[in-house]
Every structure is written in structure tokens, then in C-alpha cells.
Ligand binder design. Structure first.
Ligand code: FCB
Length: 452
């Protein structure tokens, strides 16, 4: 039986997913193509040619998935809304069948006693907007705000809090700088306008949500950055990397200005994309909460083999690694959270962990059960680190683990299993893993403690 941790009253437990990773049904009910449909169809883009065409078939099986969530006793469910279901061509009126799906999902969640926490953009841009240059085009930010209004008008009576963007850093770097995610552009530093336009989209959407009395959050991928040594060169490289990874998408929202990117040869206008009034707009709607997606720390050294960039990533040795080969460093979460508090002080809103989890090569045993002790150890270690940060005074309000189901893990296809629930992608059979029971028991133990 997991031991409850010392967490604040009302701490919220959840799981996270994203539309393209679980829904499937890419051609149904008027959904338009997304950049991930296009990218996954490109030979060699996704491992073994996997695509999200069927994924977990959640579009049809959501009642079963909500029942699994109910079995966990969750407070909240973080999912994303597929923009191309709502606006198949990126512009014009809403597609009624698209809205109706999320309407059904929200009602099913509420009936199960689970608060829906939707993310408006989790990387599946309508292809029509990519054809007009995607997030490199300032207009995309305005299309995002219009789409936000369509969805908020439909669901805002039942959905109190919203996440604008998921990991704009990862979307910019993988999608626009390196080309390993959709839309597959390899622009290196010329990708920076995709940072500014995503942030502008956040600001515009935040105003739309606030006008309707709804709470606003963003889910940023954050990492504690550790210099590889105490040498001045390694420390300068770590500072540069920290500005790009952690500050670029957080400082403008919380502080109203961009971090110093001069190490990249980039000025405060981010390659000419910033216009008068933009930064004011980006910071104008204060966040009700900051969503933090944490997986691992990053070790950074002075550049050697990355000409043009002021840093090089160095391996983290001597720690366990996930099936994805990501280092497992639970205390990095405490370090990250206390670091955020020290950096932003009173400007830091309450934090919710909106993603944290690990991939394990899980397969059912002969008796059909799935034992995943490595995942349980990962989650337990990170929750201890979270509780340690709370004990050090950081205001953390909730924890949403990634993920409910094994799903389409972007460029890795179905090879990385992050779920509390195993999915057989041939039969769509769902099998709760040992970690599912562990998480359920942990949530129960906390509830019992808090209700005493
Ligand atoms: C995050 C993504 C999420 C999932 C996890 C493993 O970067 O937001 O969709 O793929 O990684």
C-alpha cells in the first residue's frame, strides 16, 4: 500500500493525454488533416512508418477510457482538443460534429466526477494553416484565438480551467528547428518566430478565455539545467541553454520580456518577429496556474560539435534510464520547482505538474497481467521530490501523470509505452498495469488522509 505524502489540502490527482496520440478516427466526422497526418505519412519520419490514424481508437472507445479513469479515482483529466476537428480548414465556422465529440467527452467526465482540463494546442495544427507557413506566420496566432473562442463558447459552461499550449519549446525545437516532429522544418535559429507567434497565440487565447470567466494555464516543458563542470565555459553554455529551454516561454508570460538570447546572436525582437505591444499582450492575462511537464534534468557543456549553437548536451551518467533512454533523476523535480520559486518569486503562480512519467517496455505476462515496477519506482520517486518541494515552500496544487494509456509517441510511433494502462494496438484491448493499481491506491490513501 503506497504511503500518503504530506501534500496541501485539495491537492489534485490526474492523468494526461493528447488528441493525436490517442484519438485515431482521423478522417471521421469532418476532421481536417493535421500536420501530424502529413508528417507521419512521410517515409522515414516516424519509426516503422507508424501513424496516429487509429492510435488507441479513443474517439470511439472514450466511454471505456473514462471508466478506467473513474476506477483510478481521479480529480482531473488533462486531454487535448484536436484543432482540425473544430476548424478543419483552419478558418471559418466550427465543425459541429467536432465540437459534439468533446461535448460528449466532457459530459462523460463530469458524470464520472472528473474535472476536464483541456489543452487547446498539443501540436496537431490544421494542415491548412501549415500550408500558410504554420507558426512562422503571425496570422496563426489570430486563428488560434478564434478557434479558442469557438471551443470555449461550447464547453466553457462546464470546463473551468484551460491550458493554451503544450510545450511550445518542444514544438519549436523538434518541429521547426530540427525537423524531427511535424511540421518537419529544420530551420535552426530561424525557427524563433515560431516561438514568438506561439506566445502571441497564448496571449490572445488567454484574453478570450478570461473574457469568458475561465482560468488560464500553459503547460511548459521545463528542465533543471546543470553545467557539466564548474568551468566558466560550461557555466556560460548552461546559462544560454537555460534561457532557451526554460526562460523563452516563461519569462514573457510571467515577466513581460524575453530572456537574454545574445549568446545565440539573437536580439530582443526574436529575428524581427516582435511588434510593438506584443509583449504587453503576452503578459496581459496573468496565469491562474503554471503547468510544468518534467521528465529529466539536462547537463550542458561548452559547444564542441554543434557549430552555431552556444552549448552542447552532455550525458547524465550513473543513473537508471527509461526504455526511451531518458535519465531518471527524481530530485530534478524538486530542484526545478524550488528553482522556479527562486527565479520568479511572487510572479510565479501556483504550479501543477501537467506531465511526468516514463516509458517502459511493458508486455503482458502469460497470465495476462502487466507488472511495471520501474514505472512505480519512477512515479514514487518523483512524488517524493514533489513533496520535498512543497515542504520547501513551493505552491504545488496537483500532479497529472503521463499517461493514462500507451499511445502514439510521436516520432517513436508505438514503441514507447508510457501508460498506466497497457494497450494492445492489434486488438485495442486495455489492460491496467500494476502501476494503475498503485496510483489508484495512492490517490485513495490521500483522500482518506485529507478527509480525516
Ligand atoms: C511530452 C509530450 C507528450 C508526450 C511525452 C512523453 O514532451 O508533451 O505528448 O509525448 O512527452
Amino acid at each position: 500500500m503506497p504511503q500518503p505524502l504530506d501534500l496541501p489540502q485539495g491537492f489534485r490527482w490526474g492523468v494526461s493525454t493528447a488528441a493525436y496520440q490517442i484519438e485515431g478516427a482521423v478522417d471521421e466526422d469532418g476532421r481536417g488533416p493535421s500536420i501530424w497526418d502529413t508528417f507521419a505519412a512521410r517515409p522515414g519520419a516516424v519509426r516503422d512508418g507508424h501513424t496516429g490514424a487509429v492510435a488507441c481508437d479513443h474517439y470511439h472507445r472514450y466511454p471505456e477510457d473514462v471508466a478506467l479513469m473513474k476506477g483510478l479515482g481521479l480529480d482531473g483529466y488533462r486531454f487535448s482538443i484536436a484543432w482540425p476537428r473544430i476548424r478543419p480548414t483552419g478558418a471559418g465556422p466550427a465543425n459541429p460534429a467536432g465540437l459534439a465529440f468533446y461535448d460528449r467527452l466532457v459530459d462523460a467526465l463530469l458524470t464520472a466526477g472528473i474535472t476536464p482540463l483541456p489543452t487547446l494546442f498539443h501540436w496537431d495544427l490544421p494542415q491548412a494553416l501549415e500550408d500558410a507557413d504554420g507558426w512562422l506566420n503571425r496570422d496563426t496566432a489570430y486563428r488560434f484565438a478564434e478557434y479558442t473562442a469557438l471551443v470555449a463558447d461550447r464547453l466553457g459552461d462546464r470546463v473551468p480551467a484551460w491550458i493554451t499550449l503544450n510545450e511550445p519549446f518542444v514544438h519549436m525545437v523538434y518541429g521547426y528547428a530540427m525537423g524531427i516532429h511535424a511540421p518537419g522544418r529544420a530551420l535552426m535559429l530561424d525557427a524563433l518566430p515560431a516561438a514568438h507567434h506561439q506566445l502571441l497565440g497564448h496571449g490572445l487565447a488567454a484574453a478570450v478565455l478570461r473574457e469568458r470567466g475561465l482560468d488560464v494555464t500553459i503547460a511548459n516543458n521545463l528542465t533543471p539545467v546543470r553545467p557539466a563542470s564548474s568551468s566558466e565555459a560550461d557555466q556560460a553554455a548552461a546559462t544560454a541553454y537555460d534561457a532557451l529551454h526554460n526562460r523563452l516561454f516563461t519569462d514573457p508570460i510571467l515577466l513581460g520580456h524575453y530572456p537574454d538570447l545574445s549568446a545565440f546572436g539573437v536580439g530582443p525582437d526574436l529575428g524581427g518577429s516582435v511588434r510593438d505591444g506584443d509583449l504587453k499582450l503576452i503578459a496581459a492575462t496573468p496565469l491562474d496556474g503554471l503547468g510544468v511537464n518534467y521528465y529529466n534534468p539536462t547537463r550542458i557543456a561548452a559547444p564542441t560539435d554543434h557549430p552555431g549553437l552556444p552549448f552542447a548536451e552532455a550525458p547524465i551518467e550513473g543513473v537508471p534510464r527509461t526504455a526511451f533512454d531518458w535519465p531518471v533523476v527524481p530530485d530534478g523535480l524538486r530542484e526545478l520547482l524550488t528553482g522556479l520559486r527562486d527565479r520568479y518569486g511572487a510572479a510565479l503562480p501556483p504550479v501543477t505538474i501537467t506531465e511526468n512519467g516514463c516509458s517502459v517496455a511493458d508486455e503482458p505476462a502469460a497470465d495476462g497481467t502487466v507488472s511495471d515496477p520501474d514505472r512505480i519506482a519512477y512515479l514514487a520517486g518523483h512524488l517524493d521530490a514533489l513533496a520535498a518541494a512543497v515542504a520547501e515552500g513551493v505552491d504545488v496544487r496537483g500532479y497529472f501523470t503521463w499517461s493514462l494509456l500507451d499511445n502514439f509517441e510521436w516520432a517513436e510511433g508505438y514503441h514507447q509505452r508510457f501508460g498506466l494502462v497497457h494497450v494492445d494496438f492489434e486488438t485495442q484491448r486495455r489492460t491496467p498495469k500494476a502501476s494503475y493499481a498503485w496510483y489508484r491506491d495512492l490517490i485513495r490513501a490521500h483522500r482518506a488522509l485529507q478527509e480525516r
